[in-house]
Design a protein. Sequence first.
Length: 361
Amino acid sequence: ISPVPPYSREQPIFTTRAHVFQIDPSTKKNWVPASKQAVTVSYFYDSTRNSYRIISVDGAKVIINSTITPNMTFTKTSQKFGQWADSRANTVFGLGFPSEQQLTKFAEKFQEVKEAAKLARDRSQEKIETSSNHSQESGRETPSSTRASSVNGTDDEKASHGGPAEAHLKSENDKLKIALAQSSTNVKKWETELQSLRESNARLSTALQESAASIEHWKKQFSACKEENDQLRGKIEELEEQCNEINKEKERNAQLSRRLQELETELQDKELELEELRKQGEIIPELMSECESVSEQLQAAEKKNKDLEEKVRTLRTEVEENKHRQTNLKTELKNFLDVLDGKIDELHDFRQGLSKLGVDN
């Protein structure tokens, strides 16, 4: 149900958007959100009653319906937040604005509306006082005019003019009684409203003091959080430096791993060469055995030479040739053994160097 009926003469005079809050009725300290998002907040003016209201609707729910009185005060508690107390609604409303400029405009409009409400109240009191004074003067003047007419006129004129004058006087007295009754009712109403406003102001003062204390508390917490944030930033920078060092170590380890793989590949190649040399070295005993057999044959031939001097002559040429071949074979075998010993020494030194490099890594 809309707080402004379609037949009402209330018209919006200022509209803005803000987040609406109400003070927690149980603690009177914490703010409770009245809207999930920013809603429209408007000032309305009632020309028939000469009154002003702040109205806000969230969907079908009326979250603000506050009549502005001259005793109300709008307080800025931060750059984007303001509040005011409504004694009739027995609560404190808070508005959070998107910008400081919108908060300033709303506060200025609140002050204007408050002054207009005060002026309307003063005019209403002046009208009541003027009406009361006018009624009292009419009551005092009417009997004198009646007496003057009764003194100067005849009995017939008294009869003809006295009736309407008394009726007029009675109606004026009735109006005066109604005005006085209304005035006394308004006085009682204003006294009640003044008392409620005083109580509301006391509650608002307490709430403001508590808000100031909570603001100081939050400022201290903010400072502590800021210091902790600075410390965390320093730790993050240290960790980033450590991460950079770790990345550099990873790169160096990757380079060493690649170098180690290359050395392992070279070692495998050298082992293959060594295996081939070993296979070749296995042929040497066969050659030695052949040499021994040839020597034995030579000794046997020398023994036979004593017995077969005649055959020696015929075979001397063959023996000399065999000796020559044997000499060449021995020379080649000796050269081959020298080369094989050098290769074995080189391979042994290279293997010791690879083992030392692996231990260093």
